[in-house]
Structure formats: C-alpha cells, structure tokens
Design a protein around this ligand. Structure first.
Ligand code: MGD
Ligand code: MGD
Ligand code: SF4
Ligand code: MO
Length: 758
C-alpha cells in the first residue's frame, strides 16, 4: 500500500485537522497521531485556502513537535551563566516583580518587546499587549521590520493598506526578488505556478539574478545584477510612461498625482538604465509591453529587493507598474484585502526610536537598530526585553552585536519552545506548549476576494511543564495585581449566559474601567475563555477581532455567511479546518483605500527625488577587499527559518552549501563539495561549496535557517551550516525603513581546507 492508500483506509476520525507552521501560507493539514508523534500528515482538503495542497516540508513537522531542544521547565540563569529549573509560580512572581521594578526605576517604555509569533503562531502575541500596556511599555518589533516596513511605508502613502496579487487568475504574474517555487507565500503556490507555465495565454515575468526554480518556469527572466533592481524597475516603469502603456481612464478616475510621476518617468534613459542593471534593453521593453497589454497583472515583491539596496524605492517602483497600468480592483490583479488581525498599522505617522532616532514604520522598530537602542549610556535606552517566539540573536543582522547588547540588559525573558541562541542570553526562559499542543492561529490572512481564517484546535495536551502563551500572559498580568478580580465577575456571569449578554457586559465593563480597557485580551481570556470548548480558551481574544472584522467589513462578512461578529466568532470556534470570513466584490477595493477621496495617491515627492537621483546613484557596493555579493539567507527546499532545530529534518543540502558561479569557482580555486572561507566586514565563516550554473559571476548565496546548534541522542553537538547573521552588519540598511541588506553583503571567498574528521 502507498502512503495515500494507508491514508484513505484510515477512519476519518483518526485524522485531526491543524495546519503547517513553516511558512505564512499555513496550509491546512490532517494528522494521525501515534502517541505524541505526528505519525502521518497530508493536506486537508477541507481547508478553504489550501484545499489539500502542501509542499514537501509539511511532512517533516514531527521534527518540530518532538525534538530534543524542547524546554520542559521554566529556567533561571545563575550568576555563573548556567541555568537551573524553577517552578512556574516562582518564575511568574520573579519576572512580574522584575519588570515592575524596571518600570518604576526607568519608566515602562524602557521595556522592549520583540517577536510575538512566527510563521504559524500569532495567538500568543495577541495576549502580550495586556501585560506590556499595564507596565507602560510600547516599543516593539518583530521580523516584519526586517522585510516589510519599507513596502508598508509606501503602501501607507498610496492607499493605506496591504495589497496582494490574485495569481490564480492573473494573465501576467511578476515576481521581483521572490522565488515562490521554494518560498511559497501564496495559496497552492506550486499548483498555480504550474498552471501559469502550462497556459500559453498567460505569462510569468521573474526579476532575479539567480536562475531559480521559478525563473526556469518564466516566459521572461530579467536576470538583474544583484542590488540594481531600482534601475530595472525604473526602466520598466519608464517604458510604460514613454510608450503610453498606461490605463488613462483608470488614472483619471482612481489616481491622484499621476502626472508628476509620469513627468519624472519620461526623463529616464531606458537604454542607460538597462546597462546599469545588466538586463537587455529589448527584454525590458518586451516585459513592460506585456504588462501594459495584459487584462490583469499581479505582482509579488519579496526579500530579493526588500533586503537589498534601494529597497523602499524598489517597493514604490513596483507599485507604479501595476497602478499606472490600472491593475487594481479587477479579477487577477492587485487587491487591498480584508484583515482579521492587522499585522501593521498603515499610517503616515512615522515615530522615532529613543536612542538612534531611526524611523518607526508601522509601529515597529527597525531590527537593525535594536542593539544600538540598548547599549551605551543614553538615558532612554532599553533596559529590559521580552522575546516571544523569535530568535533575534540568530535572525537579526550582526549576531555578535546582538549578543553583546542583549547581555547588557538588566532583565531579559524569552518565551520559546526550545533553548535557542536567544534564550541562552536570557535571565529567565519560559517553556511554551508547542503549536500542536494548544489553540493557535495566524493573522496571515491576505487574500481577496475570499479571505480565510483558521483557528487550529490542539492535537494533544501540552507537554508536561509547558504552558500555552495565553496562560503565561494571564499569569503575568495576575501577578502584577492591576486588575481587581471582582470587576471580572459580571463578565464571567454574562459569558456563561449568552454571547449577547457577554457583548453588553463587556462594553459596559471596559467603558467604566480604564484598566480593563488596557488589558482587553486578559479580560477576554479570564471571562470568555473558560466558557469555550475544551482546549480553546486561548481563542478568547479572537472574539474582539471577530467583532471588529464584522464592523469593518459588514457586507463582506455577511456574504461569507456570518450575520454578525458573534456569529463569525462562533463559526471560527466550531470550524477546525478554518473558515472564509470575508467575500468581497472587486469594487470593494476602492472602498478599502483609506484616503477620503478613495483614490490612490501616487505622488510621493521623496520617492520621485530618489528616481531622479538614480542617474548618478551607486550601483556597486563591492570593494577590492570584498569583491563578491553574498546573499545571506536564501529560501531552499529544506530551510524553514529557525523553526526546526533538529537537522535530521533535511533530506538534502545537510550543511547548507554556499552556491557560487562556475566563473568565480574557477577564479578562486573552489571545488564542488570542497570548503570555502567567507569573510565580510562583520565576520567570517566556513561553508561547503556548491558550484552552480544558476549563479551570476560575482554573486554567491547562503541559505537561511542554518547554524543552529543541536545536541543529538548520543550527546554530540552539531552546528550544521553557517549562521547567516555572523556575516551581516547592522549599519547596512535602507535609509527610509531601516530594513537590512541581507541579500547584498560584500564578501571575500577563499578555498579552505576540508576539516579532518576524527
Ligand atoms: N522553504 C522556505 N520557504 C519560506 C521560508 C523558509 O525559511 N524556507 N521563509 C518564509 C519567509 S519568513 C519569507 S519572508 C519568505 C521569503 O521568500 P523569498 O523572498 O522568495 O526568499 P529568498 O530566497 O530569501 O529571496 C528571494 C530571491 O531573491 C533573490 N535575490 C537575491 N538578490 C537579489 C537582488 O539583488 N535582486 C533581486 N531581484 N533578487 C535578488 C534570490 O536569488 C532569491 O531567489 O519565504 C517564506 N517561505
Ligand atoms: N541574514 C538573514 N537574516 C534573516 C533573513 C534572511 O533572509 N537573511 N530573513 C529574515 C526574515 S524574513 C524572517 S521572517 C526572520 C525570522 O526569524 P525569527 O523572527 O527569529 O523567527 P523564526 O525563525 O520563525 O523563529 C521562531 C522561533 O519561535 C520558536 N517557536 C516555535 N513555535 C513556538 C511556539 O509555539 N511558541 C513560542 N513561544 N515559540 C515558538 C522557535 O523555536 C524559534 O526560536 O529572519 C530574518 N533574518
Ligand atoms: S507551503 Fe508553507 S505552510 Fe504550506 S506546506 Fe509548505 S511550508 Fe507548510
Ligand atoms: Mo520573513
């Protein structure tokens, strides 16, 4: 029998629905357990977005659930740096009083919060706000400030929300610094890519220096020189402007400020820009014409531009392409989707960080300035930090600087399932239940016209010694002693009565008590939580978000079959494979623009100045000392951020080879399967070598998610591959959003001796 047959023969009740937690798609899966082991895994056909689809990685999830790095007790650091197990009551009491002390001594705003969720888990982070607000802490950040803040700043100006392409129906799909065959990021990615490739009427345009698996499928591959996307994108937009490929009616009816933009684009010398970015001028013109002529165009920009020079400008230029050609608010084009729990605040209000004065876009501190906001003697520096579900000592630029900065904090607490590189710098480490041991969900709900939300039920009880984050945060709030439990009694009674009674009691309580208004998720967890089905108390906070979604998108929520916020919440709680929460009509896109006139405001003076400045701007950042551009952190078939610590989850590329071009290998004397030393301004590391025809001369690439340590069952320590941020510098970043240039690190590569194993 094949695996499929075994799956089909099993009783349906043996298969429990949940989701894959390895990328933002969160494909629905069904799992058969063998004890606490995820014994069999396949796609969940009932899941409204993924419809049974998974990629190769989901089948390996047991390596996350059952791995030797799992924490099973709260840990406290001893003065000598070692850790001792302590009980939960002691941990909660000491941590709460520690943060109270920091807030009293320096002010609550000196407590910094990093993380709040990874690729599969945002529910814990939704509760963190109660504890933080009660302390007066408001500075926060997470991985989005390593990638999406430049784009978010541009989005805030243009239309005030996040856009997504509808690739499933697009006539032309454009991928800019994005390799969806490997990195996925939209529903059923490989199926959709195959469909596009097979259909002669549809086209795929890829802008990437590497011949990726996606680029191999493309009709046009614009093989840009690393770091020069601003020129290729400006040239594409210029061809649209100069050859009159714009949608004039769309611009007249739905866009303001287009004339200023077109004036600037008309001055661009397309031939000159083509030379600077290394892409043939005729190919650029052909791609622009294909975009201009298509019924519908969808565009996905990702890390290849978001983590490279001119990243914010590239985000703006990408959006010009589809706005000028009117690819918005129609089938197969770009959309402003609904959000269940917004990942960003799309506001023009950019704050400044307390020490370095760096821009705070979307409420998130740029990851690259985090260490500098902690060290030195600035009176406003961060004194304490809480990290939840993130490994910043490994995932932020310049791991050494991060380690030094985190070590200087007066109090650091990490909430994680594993003893990570970051946890090992903390004063206290709190062990979380895994994502298959508690209710979980994400707010990666980014689709249009049908948008989905999935509350996953737990597959098993929490591992002994661990707690789900909603319970951890509730205990911490309780220990602060800021809420009088008597105030919660009326809410508890109402919750036991009916949703309607609860709604009324909730509104009454939060309007009469400012403290309850501050700690809303806590209030919901303590009052509504206990009335939810077994194992789902952590879903209580979703009640508030369901009410908000129903108020923000009343028609779309009703079209999806939910009469009001309470009905939506009940549907979420009782649908273990997920639900569709909004069904939009294409016209709705215009209503989702936040500007009063419901028009796209295209004129961004700062960005137009940047486009003008391109004719004299720097295209190369390499030096004679560091002549190669290293992309540090490529997504491959067997990478999944820092989610798996057990290296045996990988079926190939076990030590994350450095990919180099044939030309560079020959020039540098590197051999396939041999070793190389990579040196950058920040550090040095050794990797095994893969000589690859996919790489351009002068460009090398290392995967992400490597360099995590792991002790196997024989007690042997392994650190496979290179920790990419041993090689990156934190001052290497975008001037507007502070996003890192991980994909563009000048490096020197030399042959290294193969280590002798004993
Ligand atoms: N397998 C796997 N999938 C994942 C993840 C994972 O860890 N593993 N992580 C998830 C996460 S968190 C994210 S954010 C996404 C990221 O998804 P992607 O952005 O697709 O991932 P990357 O491989 O980091 O970078 C994309 C491409 O940028 C190209 N690139 C490098 N330099 C340049 C340049 O100068 N210009 C251009 N145009 N391209 C360049 C690289 O060749 C690469 O093909 O993936 C998600 N999916
Ligand atoms: N050089 C370089 N650096 C990069 C990138 C790159 O391309 N190059 N990519 C960047 C990008 S796009 C991203 S998204 C970041 C990702 O980097 P991080 O923000 O550090 O996120 P993850 O790698 O997803 O780490 C997730 C952590 O959550 C823990 N975890 C898993 N499940 C649970 C749970 O249920 N509860 C709790 N509390 N913890 C849990 C895991 O053990 C792990 O430590 O890396 C960034 N860093
Ligand atoms: S596409 Fe993402 S969520 Fe889906 S199975 Fe693959 S890694 Fe998991
Ligand atoms: Mo990411």
């Amino acid at each position: 029998m094949t695996n499929e047959d075994v799956a089909a023969a099993a009783a349906p009740e043996d298969w429990q629905p949940t989701a894959c937690i390895l990328c933002e798609c969160n494909c629905g899966i069904v799992v058969q357990l063998d004890g606490r082991k995820l014994a069999k895994i396949r796609g969940d056909k009932e899941h409204p977005a993924s419809q049974g689809y998974t990629c190769n990685k989901a089948l390996r999830l047991d390596h996350y659930q059952n791995n030797r790095s799992r924490l099973t007790s709260p840990m406290r650091r001893r003065p000598d740096g070692s850790y001792e197990e302590i009980d939960w009551d002691t941990a909660i009491a000491e941590i709460a009083s520690g943060f109270k002390h920091i807030a009293q001594a320096y002010g609550g705003d000196k407590i910094f919060y990093y993380g709040g969720g990874g690729q599969g888990n945002h529910l814990g982070g939704a509760y963190s706000g109660a504890f933080l607000k009660a302390l007066g802490s408001h500075y926060r950040s997470n991985a989005l400030a390593q990638e999406k803040t430049g784009e978010a700043w541009v989005d805030a100006h243009l239309y005030g929300g996040h856009t997504r392409g509808e690739f499933e129906h697009a006539e032309v799909s454009v991928f800019i610094g994005k390799n969806p065959w490997m990195s996925q990021s939209f529903p059923r990615a490989r199926t959709v890519l195959n469909d596009i490739a097979k259909d002669p009427k549809r086209s795929m345009i890829v802008i990437d220096p590497v011949i990726t698996d996606t680029a191999k499928m493309a009709d046009m591959h614009l093989r840009v020189r690393p770091g020069t996307d601003a020129w290729v994108l400006a040239a594409l937009a210029a061809v649209v402007a100069q050859e009159n490929l714009c949608d004039d009616a769309f611009l007249a009816n739905h866009v303001t400020g287009a004339e200023n933009v077109l004036d600037v684009l008309r001055t661009v010398d397309v031939g000159d820009y083509a030379l600077r970015c290394g892409v043939d001028e005729e190919l650029i013109r052909a791609a622009a014409r294909r975009i201009g002529a298509a019924e519908s165009v969808s565009v996905f920009e990702d890390l290849g531009i978001q983590q490279a020079p001119n990243s914010t400008l590239c985000s703006y230029l990408n959006k010009l392409l589809w706005v000028l050609t009117g690819n918005f608010a129609k089938r197969g084009a770009q959309h402003l989707h609904s959000s269940f729990g917004p990942l960003f605040r799309h506001t023009l209000d950019v704050g400044r960080t307390p020490v370095t004065g760096a821009p705070i876009v979307g409420g998130l501190i740029p990851s690259n300035v985090v260490p500098q906001e902690m060290i030195g003697d600035h009176p406003d520096r961060f004194r304490a930090m809480i990290v939840e579900s993130s490994n910043p000592a490994h995932s932020l630029a310049d791991s050494n600087a991060c380690r030094d900065a985190f070590s200087s904090l007066e109090l650091m607490v990490v909430i994680d399932v594993a003893m990570t590189e970051t946890a090992r710098l903390a004063h206290y480490v709190l062990p979380a239940a895994s994502q298959y041991e508690k209710a979980e969900s994400t707010f990666f709900n980014l689709e249009f016209p049908h948008n989905t939300f999935h509350l996953r039920h737990r597959l098993m009880e929490p591992l002994e010694g661990t707690l789900p984050e909603p319970e951890i945060w509730a205990r911490l709030v309780r220990a602060l002693g800021v809420v009088d439990d008597a105030e919660l009694e009326p809410l508890r009674r109402a919750a036991a009565e009916s949703r309607e009674a609860f709604t009324a009691a909730f509104l009454q309580a939060v309007s009469s008590s400012p403290m309850l208004g501050k700690v809303l998720p806590y209030v919901l967890y303590e009052t509504l939580g206990p009335t939810l089905p077994e194992g789902l108390s952590g879903a209580a906070a979703l009640w508030g978000l369901a009410q908000k979604a129903a108020m923000t998108y009343p028609e779309a929520v009703r079209r999806a079959g939910h009469a009001d916020g309470n009905a939506l919440f009940d549907a979420i709680v009782s649908s273990p494979s997920g639900i569709t929460f909004t069904v939009h009509e294409y016209e709705d896109d215009f209503a989702l623009i936040t500007h009063a006139d419901r028009k796209i405001a295209l004129d961004m003076p700062e960005m137009l100045a940047e486009i003008r400045a391109l004719s004299d701007a720097q295209t190369h950042f390499t030096t004679p000392d560091f002549p190669i551009v290293l992309s540090a952190g490529e997504r491959r078939a067997y990478t999944a951020n820092d989610i798996f610590r057990d290296p045996t989850w990988r079926k190939r590329d076990a030590d994350g080879a450095l990919r180099v071009s044939l030309e560079d290998a020959e020039k540098l004397g590197l051999v396939h399967g041999g070793r190389a030393r990579i040196t950058t301004a920040a550090g040095s590391a050794e990797a095994s070598v893969e000589i690859s025809e996919a790489m351009l001369p002068g460009h090398a690439s290392l995967p992400n998610g490597f360099g995590l340590d792991f002790v196997d069952s024989d007690g042997r320590a392994h650190v496979p591959g290179v920790a990419p941020n041993a090689l990156t510098s934190s001052d290497w970043r975008d001037p507007y959003a502070g996003t890192p240039w991980h994909k563009h690190v000048p490096a020197r590569i030399e042959p290294a001796p193969v280590p002798v194993t004993v």
